[in-house]
Design a protein around this ligand. Structure first.
Ligand SMILES: [Zn+2]
Length: 279
């Protein structure tokens, strides 16, 4: 399944690398079923948050940019993805067509299809692409974290192969960088040290594509809830507040990698609290 959108003159295709489910009270540790009661629209009938591994293909100025690459074949907490290449093919997009792959952060469920890694051999999944993420992110994930027990051996082997496969094609980017005309990096640290999203803009229209700066739409209402995997929850909530406020004030569209429905939405205010309304 793929959904296409127009942001001014920009074409955006949202595809999913796979879908996962986790209890809302686990995804947001410390929350209770009672606290979820007013937010049941974001849960299935068993109390699970169902979340896709969304990837965004944006075309602008003759350039084709892929934002995030899903989980791929790597196991993360029992989840696997691996649909991205097939989903792109059904939409008529070949891996060779991608000019730039931008990854919001190097958690495995966002960089899982940067490379095809098999034992000691690794090759980039998008053979003609330049690969970009922030320098802070690169420094973090090539540093001591690779010695930590936090990642599985499979995940470490993948990252090692991934880094070697993109050597010579990696271009670090920072806040404001134009990946293509109207496709700009926006720094949103906290979930990881160098986390960054993308702002798509054309004419009067703008849309935020936020990676994991916000994990679930419920956080636009419950602004203190922090999802699984936030490395610096306080900073993550500050980054979230900045973009949520701006999206609300300007009417810009907003979405994130694990928001449901492979769609954009608007940040609206009701009963004194923000909420996310899919378009
Ligand atoms: Zn994620």
């Amino acid at each position: 399944m793929a959904n296409s959108f127009k942001i001014g003159d920009l074409d955006v295709l949202v595809v999913s690398d796979g879908t996962a489910r986790a209890p809302g009270t686990m995804y947001f540790q410390g929350t209770t079923p009672e606290q979820w009661e007013p937010h049941k629209r974001w849960l299935d009938h068993e109390g699970n948050v169902e979340f896709p591994f969304s990837c965004f293909l944006a075309r602008s100025g003759g350039k084709t940019v892929l934002i995030d690459t899903g989980l791929g074949q790597i196991n993360m907490m029992g989840f696997t993805g691996g649909s991205l290449i097939r989903e792109l093919a059904s939409a008529g997009v070949k891996p060779e067509e991608i000019d730039t792959v931008f990854v919001t952060h190097l958690h495995i469920d966002h960089c899982g299809t940067v490379a095809h890694v098999d034992g000691d051999s690794a090759r980039p999944a998008f053979p003609n692409a330049t690969y970009s993420w922030t320098a802070e992110e690169q420094a973090h994930w090539t540093g001591s974290v690779m010695e930590s027990a936090f990642m599985t051996a499979e995940q470490k082997a993948y990252l090692k192969g991934m880094f070697s496969s993109v050597e010579g094609r990696f271009e670090p980017v920072k806040d404001g960088h134009a990946i293509a005309p109207g496709i700009n990096v926006i720094s949103t640290p906290g979930h990881t040290p160098g986390h960054a999203g993308v702002v798509l803009s054309s004419g009067n229209e703008r849309a935020f594509v936020l990676g994991d700066a916000i994990s679930c739409p419920v956080q636009l209402t419950e602004t203190e809830w922090s999802g699984l995997g936030d490395m610096d929850p306080k900073l993550a909530r500050q980054s979230q507040e900045v973009v949520a406020r701006e999206a609300e004030a300007t009417g810009a569209l907003l979405t994130a990698a694990h928001f449901p429905g492979l769609t954009f939405g608007r940040v609206l205010m009701g009963e004194g609290r923000r909420y996310w309304q899919p378009v």
